[in-house]
Design a protein around this ligand. Structure first.
Ligand code: SF4
Ligand code: SF4
Length: 454
């Protein structure tokens, strides 16, 4: 299956109800002839359509667990939000043992990368002079949303790898130094479809080091059922040593909205806003675009409500998730010791070794100025003709989107029920006119003839 997107439609389940059309934040869905379809160029894999389809006709594509387990040197990457899904007795050590028992050669948690990201960002924020805020690049849906709808704000998205990519880079380098003849495959345990897409098409970047992303919903039960029959491996021993003495516990908070803010701990006086959910993100980005957001240094933005804990592939609700995650953090602190502040300094030393990738803007789809102007004029003319009621009965989310589809050749004006009615009325009037009209050869008016003879 094509992996440019990880949200797809199961055609036979779709009832054409248009719920997804109304809830897609990028207006990427249309319903034609009772069947939904996704305009892929507008889809950002936010999963809103999965949440809103009561017929379960939308699904997420993720890497098959069996496929991930078929390789030899397969390493599982555990996100903080995954801790919160499991019963309280599952500490990091037990999760790793279960993953080894399932067949992984090793497992690490990605909060190590989050620590490096936080240390780097703290440094950047302390030197920042511009009045405009920087925007977090951690959530791939947010980066895609900005690229698609607010490209002029793209310069504010921080140019740094995500915590996940940082963790993989760091671990891959270390493992390759130790096991020189070996190659490694990295599989992320993902709470959302967007992070699966990011494996194949990392937003604005060239390539990812990951081999796949397994959905939390696919690995949850196998983890619960796995026997604890494999304590460790040579690779796992090495990874444990790396993790020891590395700061990661406070970065577990990245699993929830506000976790980045907690890790920046604001000692440098930076003013940070945390925003979760695309509705609210839209509101903040519009204010930022219109220069109505003042005195803010950093925007922590996550597309899912509650942060990654709100990912559509998770098992438990995000509110319970917050409590579970906070309990897990307290427990890990007890086990790791309370020297996280010291260990932040380790991260600060490592940040310089990571190259800073460019976030590349989307190609300009509008073409030349003349083409763009002609399209805009056609669009405005089409909008004038449509009723402006935004009823969605045409299968597009609103009249403006239908106008775009008409101009781009994807729809017809009569897809609008009001326009269809108008057209039928015009036809009916014309037909009734035609009924009283005779062909020219037969159309002599006898009465006039008779009058003329008088
Ligand atoms: S919500 Fe969308 S995908 Fe689901 S049944 Fe309705 S039209 Fe089809
Ligand atoms: S995943 Fe999000 S952007 Fe893509 S079609 Fe569904 S609602 Fe729209």
């Amino acid at each position: 299956m094509d992996k440019t997107h990880s949200v797809f439609l199961i055609e036979e389940e779709c009832e054409g109800c248009t719920n997804c059309v109304k809830n897609c934040p990028t207006k990427a869905i249309r319903v034609h002839q009772g069947q939904a379809s996704i305009k892929e160029e507008y889809c950002i894999d936010c999963a809103a359509c999965i949440r809103n389809c009561e017929y379960h006709a939308k699904e997420a594509l993720t890497t098959d667990l069996a496929e991930a387990l078929s390789g030899e040197n397969n390493i599982a990457l555990i996100p903080p939000s995954f801790y919160a899904q499991l019963p309280p007795e599952y500490n990091l050590k037990k999760i790793k043992q279960k993953l080894l028992s399932l067949g992984f050669a090793g497992a690490v948690n990605v909060s190590m990368g989050a620590t490096i990201y936080s240390a780097w960002l703290k440094n950047i924020l302390s030197k920042k002079e511009s009045a405009e805020p920087l925007i977090s690049s951690a959530c791939p849906v947010v980066v895609r949303y900005i690229r698609l709808l607010y490209p002029e704000l793209l310069d504010l998205v921080v140019n740094y790898d995500s915590p996940l990519e940082i963790t993989v880079k760091m671990i891959n380098n270390e493992l390759k130094n130790k096991f020189t003849d070996e190659d490694f495959d990295f599989y992320f345990i993902t709470p959302c479809p967007a992070k699966h897409t990011a494996v194949y098409y990392p937003p604005g970047k060239k390539a990812s080091l990951l081999s796949g992303a397994i959905g939390v919903d696919d690995i949850y039960n196998p983890i619960l059922k796995a026997d604890l029959d494999r304590d460790s491996t040579e690779i796992q021993e090495y990874l444990n040593n790396l993790e020891q003495g590395f700061p990661f516990v406070s970065a577990l908070a990245w699993g929830k909205s506000g976790g980045e803010e907690e890790n920046l701990n604001r000692s440098n006086g930076s003013r940070i806003i945390k925003v979760d959910g695309l509705e609210r993100i839209k509101m903040v980005l519009e204010d930022l675009e219109n220069d109505n957001l003042k005195g803010v240094d950093y925007l922590e933005m996550t597309a899912c409500p509650g942060g990654c804990l709100g990912g559509v592939l998770n098992i438990i609700n995000p509110y319970q998730g917050i409590i579970n995650l906070e309990n897990a953090i307290s427990k890990e602190y007890e086990e790791a010791g309370d020297n996280d502040a010291d260990r932040q300094a380790t991260a600060a030393n490592i940040i310089e070794t990571f190259e800073q990738p460019e976030i590349m803007p989307d190609e300009n789809k509008a073409g030349s100025f003349e083409t763009a102007l002609a399209r805009w004029q056609a669009l405005e003319a089409e909008k004038e003709k449509l009723p402006g009621l935004d009823c969605a009965a045409c299968g597009a989310p609103d009249c403006g989107t239908l106008a775009e589809d008409i101009v781009d050749g994807f729809a017809e004006r009569v897809d609008c029920i009001f326009m269809l009615r108008q057209e039928v009325e015009m036809l009916a009037n014309r037909m009734s006119e035609l009924v009283g009209t005779l062909p020219p050869a037969m159309g002599r008016d006898k009465k006039e003839d008779a009058d003329g003879e008088k």
